[in-house]
Design a protein around this ligand. Structure first.
Ligand SMILES: Nc1ncnc2c1ncn2[C@@H]1O[C@H](COP(=O)(O)OP(=O)(O)OP(=O)(O)O)[C@@H](O)[C@H]1O
Ligand SMILES: [Mg+2]
Length: 268
């Protein structure tokens, strides 16, 4: 990402189920906490206890990370009847917003991870309200000094194009037949290395292997001829350059190869 995230930016982490979105968020928060920054996990799906267990299994120190657990507890099941009279948006929106505002004003976090932001969709009565809500939520966090990372659970029925336009950067996580990958598709104010970069999720946490770009690994070629040791060869049109690899594959040279120090020459 050519230097990383910009302070005060808002970054969307996209990806299918189990691609490592929460793991990336845990890295983001624990790195901040280790540097003495207040770091806050706002969880809208998983309980704090579960996330702390995951962090522990990955060897990430979450002891200095604050949590705001907005996941639904078992009482949700018992109280579900209230939705017969009022919509979920009407019942849940105000208390949820109040808890977020209270916590952020109290903690003043430098890093916030919201997982998943798309859950807020259900607290809005229509798409426009959802977009406005997310925009003002992000603005509220940034104005309180935070850099924000948030995840989306997108599907065909509920795409997340709105979140992609709103965010300052997009990090996509994916899983194909045999490997995991990470790919940056948007980064305001910064260049980035496009394409898929291999990624591993192990008990050694998340490890990324940046894609090698040939142009970034070029070496200057010194045109300095050296002797092959065979007089006729030197005087012929063939020249061996220092540092270069020359393949001798002509039939009439096969028997001479050992003398020239050539190896691995296979005839097609
Ligand atoms: N020790 C480990 N070794 C290998 N893979 C692991 C290990 N721990 C976790 N994983 C992998 O991490 C993935 C889960 O990561 P994570 O919970 O961050 O994904 P997610 O994208 O947040 O998932 P969800 O969409 O369910 O929220 C799982 O697919 C699991 O295979
Ligand atoms: Mg997750």
């Amino acid at each position: 990402m050519n230097g990383g995230l910009v302070q005060g930016g808002t970054y969307l982490v996209r990806g299918g189920p189990g691609t490592g979105k929460t793991t990336l968020g845990l890295h983001f928060l624990t790195t901040g906490a280790a540097n003495g920054q207040q770091s806050l996990f706002i969880s809208l799906a998983e309980t704090e206890a579960r996330i702390r267990r995951i962090g522990q299994a990955l060897g990430l120190d979450l002891s200095k990370v604050d949590f705001l657990d907005l996941s639904q507890g078992p009482q949700f099941f018992a109280e579900v009847q209230s939705y017969d009279i009022f919509s979920p948006a009407e019942v849940e929106r105000q208390p949820t917003t109040e808890r977020i505002v209270r916590t952020v004003e109290q903690i003043r976090p430098k890093r916030v991870f919201v997982d998943p932001m798309t859950q807020l969709r259900y607290l809005a009565t229509h798409a426009f309200q959802y977009r406005q809500q997310v925009l003002s939520f992000l603005r509220f966090l940034v104005e309180h000094g935070a850099t924000v990372m948030f995840t989306s659970e997108a599907s065909m029925e509920a795409p997340d194009a709105d979140l992609q336009f709103i965010s300052d950067g997009i990090i996509e996580l994916g899983l194909d037949d045999c490997s995991r990958y990470v790919s940056v598709t948007k980064m305001r104010w910064s260049a980035f290395s496009p394409g898929r970069h291999a990624m591993n999720l192990t008990d050694r946490k998340m490890v990324v292997f940046p894609r090698l770009v040939p142009q970034e690994h070029g070496r200057t070629f010194v045109h300095e001829p050296i002797s092959s040791g065979v007089h006729r060869l030197i005087s012929s049109s063939m020249v061996v350059w220092k540092g270069a690899r020359s393949l001798l594959s002509q039939d009439h040279l096969v028997s001479a190869r050992p003398h020239l120090g050539c190896f691995s020459c296979k005839r097609p």
